[in-house]
Design a protein around this ligand. Structure first.
Ligand code: ADP
Ligand code: MG
Ligand code: ZN
Length: 490
């Protein structure tokens, strides 16, 4: 009988840092410029040009590492990784090799926490081996008929490579690891999380071993998985292939395979024997990176609250449902918007009301792109709308109209002025409501009689009559109270 297999997966993630300029030269990092326009002697690898380390990139790399619970090494160095390829004009990549700037750390897979039903699922900690800094290569395109072309705009753009331990046990855990990692990096402002433009990319190392075995099996490295949708598929397909080989009595070789989206299979790119010897050696043109305690402490103090911590705090301190907390942490700007609006009142119920309003009205009008989000109104306006409803000045129905109007008028407009202008204020004048209730009873004497005789279902009918007579502007609770009072008095 063939053994039952257990998958073992370790991910290597390349993440582009959101600096304005490249890692070792002042060229811009913006995506989408005409080919070979963001280049200079340094990133073109021209003789005599010297690299100068970008301090902003180091700061962002440290922020990322701290957010992931890594230890920052006081001293790290750059090395040359030598290989020949048209997208690498220097003939080597500058990367950190034996002395990376950070070690350790972890990604906590959240399992079912934040599920719509509010249940807290189990979670699992996947360890990070280390994170290092390196420069990106350019981009080759083989799409121009028989010619291949190179664009070096991306050459020299700053990356961090996050090397995970082989702690993941299923395709789903791998995609969950990527989701949480991406969320954290986007949240702390160092990455735009954009898989399509290649600013967040992953190689997956996959092996299988008999359940109960502690030794790792032969691993295959999967390249070119450039979509979240396909991570699970690619890994699952590779696990199946490995099982088939081993179950048939074959053996696996360590190799690099590419994911073919069209066929839904992986195919060999190169074997371990054909793997290159990169001849790493210390980069002579760059000094070691020294990160003193004060710098690291400052970066730690500057770190934004992480999405998971926010969710937990919002649930316990503000009373949000786990689901609402999940929805409102989908983007750092959405989280900031919610917090700004939630802080707009001292009423303890304000935050939950804001959360509901943002989810039901505002979010559908929000567009996000990378780190940037665009809102139809400002947080102050949402806070004001919610407070007006809570104090009974406008009705729930009116609050939606108010929102639409503020959206059309722009962020400068004060909520109160629009309310006044539209004569929208909710009727809370007891005399007005009492007179409307009396009129409703008078207009429907038969129903009033039946209600008094105990036909409770007719109560809603009279609430509806009063709301209709006041064009929906009467305070619903006051209408209820007043109707009851009039009934009791007769
Ligand atoms: P290399 O130095 O060749 O890149 P590493 O030991 O640094 O190899 O591992 C690179 C990645 O491969 C890491 O993310 C690690 O978790 C993963 N990995 C290593 N061995 C295995 C294995 N047997 N199965 C699955 N993943 C593995
Ligand atoms: Mg590697
Ligand atoms: Zn340059």
């Amino acid at each position: 009988m063939s053994p039952r297999w257990e998958p073992v997966i370790g991910l290597e993630v390349h993440c582009q840092l959101l600096t304005r300029t490249k890692l070792f030269c002042p060229c811009p990092t913006t995506f989408g410029a005409p080919p070979n326009t963001h280049v200079c002697p340094t990133c073109l690898g021209l003789p005599g040009a010297l690299p100068v380390l970008n301090g902003e990139a180091v700061a962002m790399a440290v922020t990322a590492a701290l957010a992931l619970g890594c230890t920052i090494r006081a001293k790290s160095t750059f090395s040359r990784k030598n290989y020949f390829y048209p997208d690498l004009p220097k003939g080597y990549q500058i990367t950190q090799f034996d002395e990376p700037f950070s070690e350790g750390g972890h990604v906590d897979l959240e399992g079912a926490s934040g599920a719509a039903d509010g249940s807290e699922g189990s979670w699992k900690r996947a360890r990070i081996h280390h994170i290092h800094m390196e420069e990106d290569a350019g981009k080759n395109s083989h799409t121009r008929g028989s010619a291949s072309v190179v664009d070096l705009n991306r050459a020299g753009v700053p990356l961090i490579e996050i090397v995970g331990e082989p702690d993941l046990s299923s395709p789903h855990e791998a995609s969950e690891y990527l989701r949480v990692l991406r969320e954290i990096l986007v949240f702390v402002g160092v990455n735009d999380g954009n898989l399509e433009e290649g600013s967040f990319r992953c190689d997956a190392n996959v092996s299988i071993r008999p359940i109960g075995e502690s030794k790792l099996g032969t691993r295959v490295e999967l390249k070119n998985i450039n979509s979240f949708k396909f991570v699970e598929k690619a890994i699952a397909s590779e696990i199946e292939r490995q099982k088939e080989v081993l179950d048939a009595g074959g053996h696996l070789t360590q190799e690099t395979r590419g994911w073919d989206e069209a066929n839904g299979t992986t195919s060999s790119l190169r074997s371990k024997e054909a793997a290159q010897d990169y001849r790493f050696f210390p980069e002579p043109d760059l000094l070691p990176v020294i990160l003193d305690d004060a710098f690291v402490a400052r970066k730690r103090a500057d770190l934004r609250e992480l999405p998971r911590a926010k969710r937990e705090r919002w649930v316990t301190e503000l009373g949000l449902t786990p689901y609402a907390a999940q929805v409102l942490t989908q983007h750092p700007e959405v989280a900031s918007f919610f917090e700004a609006a939630a802080n707009g009142s001292t009423d303890p119920a304000h935050a939950v009301r804001v959360a509901n309003f943002v989810q039901s009205e505002v979010l559908r009008d929000v567009t996000t792109y990378g780190q940037v989000a665009q809102f139809p109104v400002v947080a102050r306006q949402v806070s004001e709308i919610v407070a007006l409803v809570a104090t009974g000045k406008v009705s729930g129905k009116q609050s939606k109209e108010l929102y639409l109007l503020l959206k059309a008028r722009g962020s400068e407009v004060s909520t109160a002025s629009v309310v006044a202008e539209l004569g929208m204020a909710q009727v809370t004048d007891v005399n007005v409501i009492e007179s409307a209730c009396a009129k409703a009873f008078a207009a429907h004497p038969r129903q009033a009689e039946q209600l008094r005789a105990g036909k409770e279902a007719l109560f809603g009918f009279f609430v509806g009559q009063v709301m209709k007579a006041t064009k929906g502007s009467a305070h619903p609770q006051l209408v209820n109270d007043t109707l009851k009072r009039l009934l009791a008095a007769t």
